[in-house]
Design a protein around this ligand. Structure first.
Ligand SMILES: C[S@@+](CC[C@H](N)C(=O)[O-])C[C@H]1O[C@@H](n2cnc3c(N)ncnc32)[C@H](O)[C@@H]1O
Length: 272
């Protein structure tokens, strides 16, 4: 990662991206034939992925609702926010309190285009085109400074995104979490989940497949213990670190993930 290097704003329809594949799994329309073909290939090895994606999105919505309603959080910094869909973070948070502020960060140019279109009328929400590893640039971005008061508690989201970045002493998930935590007020929350598998063959196959499909814009499928390590030193909210559909399930009927070759695993930690 070269700090400060501008990201390309060019949309290449021929190379699948994580954002557009995820959009396809969620039933969205902001994806291309190459994204759909990659999903089809992936499904041959991990057929439960659509259910996994739907449950991941519901988890995100439950967490935001819970943090806003029960923990009084009014500011959200969402890294790897994804393409807009229904019930996006700002809509969920603003249902609880219309004055809630949200900063979205994503490196996919398509997210920027669709995000800006959605947010044109919303002064309390913005989308920044940046790599989530660029903590300094994100925290000092004029829009972030306008919308987020870091002397007050904030919820920082890394929902289903760390599998998109590789391990690295200075820029891997551990380093990013450390850098971000140092900038947050006590009482802030970190929401983190990522794709994990305890089956080494699945980990290897999917990591290689996604790395090739996205031309290197991918990290790796990890294990539950790797996710747990990210929460070290945080107070983990009940029910702990879990497969995300089991995190405080609500009364809505959730699709059941019939096979579990891989899962989204994570939870919420509070900075003391
Ligand atoms: C699987 S989607 C998750 C979207 C959303 N967080 C959710 O849980 O519903 C992963 C998102 O992370 C974005 N992403 C991947 N690598 C990134 C990076 N290095 N910096 C910023 N965003 C990234 C992708 O473009 C994509 O939109």
């Amino acid at each position: 990662m070269q700090p400060g290097k501008p990201l390309s704003t060019k949309i290449d329809a021929t190379v699948p991206t994580a954002a557009r594949m995820y959009d396809h799994y969620l039933g969205g329309k902001d994806n291309y034939a190459a994204d759909r073909a990659a999903c089809e290939e992936l499904d041959k090895v991990v057929p439960s992925t659509r259910t996994l994606a739907l449950n991941n999105r519901r988890f995100l919505q439950r967490i935001v609702r819970t943090l806003a309603r029960e923990y009084g959080i009014r500011q959200f910094l969402d890294h790897g926010s994804g393409l807009p869909t229904q019930d996006n973070v700002h809509q969920v948070a603003q249902q609880i309190d219309p004055s809630a502020h949200v900063v979205y960060v994503d490196n996919d140019p398509m997210v920027l285009v669709h995000g800006r279109a959605l947010l044109e009328q919303d002064e309390r929400t913005t989308v920044i085109h940046a790599d989530l590893r660029e903590t300094e640039a994100i925290f000092t971005h004029p829009d972030t400074e306008r919308l987020i008061d870091f002397s007050q508690p904030v919820a920082v989201l890394f929902n289903s995104v760390f599998h998109c970045i590789p391990d690295s002493g200075t820029d891997g998930p551990q380093a990013v979490v450390r850098r971000v935590s140092e900038r947050l007020a006590p009482g802030s929350y970190l929401v983190m989940c990522q794709l994990v598998s305890e089956d080494p063959e699945v980990r290897e196959f999917v990591t290689d497949f996604m790395d090739q499909a996205t031309q290197g814009h991918w990290g790796r499928v990890r294990q539950e213990k790797d996710v747990a390590a990210l929460f070290e030193g945080l107070d983990i909210l009940d029910p702990g670190l879990v497969e995300v559909s089991t995190w405080r399930p609500d009364t809505e009927v959730a699709p059941r993930q019939l096979t579990q070759e891989w899962i989204e695993f994570g939870g919420v930690g509070r900075l003391g």
